[in-house]
Design a protein. Sequence first.
Length: 159
Amino acid sequence: MTISVGDTIPSVDLATMGADGPEGVSSDDIFKGKKVVIFGLPGAFTPTCSAKHLPGFVEHADAIKAKGVDTIACISVNDAFVMGAWGKDQGVGDKVMMVADGSAQFAAATGLELDLVARGMGMRCQRFSMFVDDGVVKSLNIDEGGFEKTSAEQMLSDL
């Protein structure tokens, strides 16, 4: 069952890339007491994700944060090394928190998993964007095939 507006973000263990390597972070740490825009995508370094989806959130980070958002987070079923390298490659700096859902726990717990086993890519995350206030989903957009419904521009209009 896919997470819905009004639901609480499940508590799962995730990771980010720190100065000394991977660092554990829980979803509770990311969302508790904060206003968070989180967007998920099928994979780091993939064409649409690298050319359009992530760059849009980097470009519009200041405008999103000006609407009261504390954190913008990008999550994907990749490890912290890959998410860290992708963040560097995309020049995200401190504009977007790059979150690794290496075992697809977040994707599965939210019902946002995407089965790409037949294409040799394993279980991934659907392309989505959410606005979450203190752990409660306030808006949710899911895209199938494109990225427009989950873009930074769409999130700006949602806020």
